[in-house]
Design a binder for this molecule. Sequence first.
Ligand code: TXA
Ligand code: MG
Length: 325
Amino acid sequence: MTASTSDIEKAAGVLRAGGLVALPTETVYGLGANAEDAAAVSRIFQVKGRPPSHPLIVHIGGAEHLDDWVQDVPTTARLLAEHFWPGPLTLVLPRGRRVPLKATGGLETVAVRVPDHPVALALLAAFGGGVTAPSANRFGQVSPTTANDVRAELGDAVDFVLDGGQCEVGVESTIVDVTGDAPSILRPGGVTREDLEAVLGFPLAVPSTSHVRVPGQHPSHYAPRARVVLVEPEKVIAEAELAQELGHQVGVFLPPSFAGAPVKAHAVVAVPASMAAYARGLYGFLRELDQQGCDLIIASLPVEEALGLAIANRLRRAAGPRPTA
Ligand code: TXA
Ligand code: MG
């Protein structure tokens, strides 16, 4: 049920009073607070169980407000904002004075975006200020893509939930750091690297998504309760059946090339062939396998181009650090 005008007014009032509002965006649901209210921002960290050094994204109602929140806006940032906002692109820029350090985890930079969702834009217009909003899940867990996911995840810890239906994009925004000489992608997401490069006219640096880190130092993120194990697509069925025989309750992400193949497992998700549909469904699939009682999920990575880059990044992060580099 999409939020009504009176829901939006009520949510804006909750923000003004220092409360927390869960809001739909085109990517995932966010847990929002008045960006300028350090106490409300602190509550976000508490509710999520998020370390205070993890900076938040400030959501604004339009590119015309950028200078209110950012110190000096480089030309590249204006170009990207003009092309991709409203949309799933977050720009990291020098922090403006209105943004409390609490919201940036102490950084002198701030992440800003204009979400492409009518309910989010209506809320931002009614509220008039900036809204800091991380994904509305407990730290490290799967991001919510429906209002029901938010309620299941946060319950009474959030003061008001605005329902905007299922999120269209399904994975978070692409984060581009535009503070240095060469812009770089900090997190792949809903705007593809290919689309960014087409606008910029030059290649972007993308972080390595392989976990060449000491195990234990980098906990998994975007993670369901079930352990996620990534294998080659042609090994998905065999690995799933072996683990099921060994006594696991196995959930399978069956690659499109094996669609319809019988699998002896606890639960099977048919991975959509379209990357847009896969991204839209990804977090819902992970939640569903948890709900069905799976303790192990066997999946493979899609080809890492276009939206496949963000999907592969989330699956790798969900699988967590691996013992070997
Ligand atoms: O699509 C999205 O971006 C969603 C919706 C709700 O807008 N939000 C979201 O927020 O994914 P969150 O808090 O779950 O992820 C924000 C990411 C974190 O990885 C954080 O480290 C990064 O943004 N970030 C925020 N401020 C930053 C900064 N100043 N420099 C570098 N990274 C920053
Ligand atoms: Mg998140």
